[in-house]
Design a binder for this molecule. Sequence first.
Ligand SMILES: [Zn+2]
Length: 327
Amino acid sequence: MASDWEEDEGLPEKRPDQRQRRRGPSRSQVVRRRVVAIASIVVVAIAVVVVLTSTDGESDHETGAKASHKAAKGGEEAAKAKPESHEVTNATPQADWKPYTGPVPILEYHVLGAPPEGAPYPELYVGRTDFEKQMDWLEEHGYEAVTLEQVQEAWYHGGKLPPKPIVLSFDDGYRPQYTFALPTLRKHGWAGLLNLKAEGSELYESNVKAMIAAGWELAAHTIHHLDLTELGPAELEEEVAGSRKILQKEFKVPVNNFCYPAGQFNETVIEAVEAAGYTGATTEIPGFAEKNAPYELARLEILRETHVAGLAADLKNGEGETAKGGG
Ligand SMILES: [Zn+2]
């Protein structure tokens, strides 16, 4: 049973700026000119930030963002500041996509690169050339990566998927997931699924925002990456529901899916995940994910020694009674 490789000592701390959202000055009855002037500057500034950071159509749940945006409607600069779309092709349904409710393979990656001397879990480092070859192989064999949300849209709401859909998931938030996986997937027109620890990942806030802007899905992976089966009710709720709230607030996306740290879960954990409003959760049970097990979605863990041959075999073995021994 693999546990996730945790910290990388060499890299800087991440995600420092939890942006504070301030509301307008409406509570005061005595409205002083200066207060109003300062407040409108703040509102415009917030609106610029919102426009710069939000991705189209994904901020419906963000009433704060909407309010701020509305308040600054007159600010033309804000509208002009909106960047062009950097979404990958498959972030939106393509012409050949069709309704699809069958099993979907979800690959599970951690670090991309060579393991440093003495790395505690060297098997979690997939070589970069190897990774590129795996992506090329997938494309050559007709696979197309989509997000888990797109799969769920097809499973439960009549949405469409490519003929051979696959989800590429990346756990914890290691730097190469931004520096290497993002551009590699982009070449194929694909988006990934980032299962991000709310605290202590290697990714900067700006890295995660760039991935979201490309069409990647952001999923929760708790706050502190603890074994959820060992927590009491309050701590469990904090890790499961709390991580979702943190990511929603910080990145202004729905965060509809959850990933169990080290694949550990039980009935109590599933209940907490459902109660927090997630629509699905990924495990390390080997196999293909299926629509009738939304909180026990299987994944195929890709390790350093998997290579293209192992990936091909895993996919061929389909339903997951693979002899991989369980992640
Ligand atoms: Zn993890």
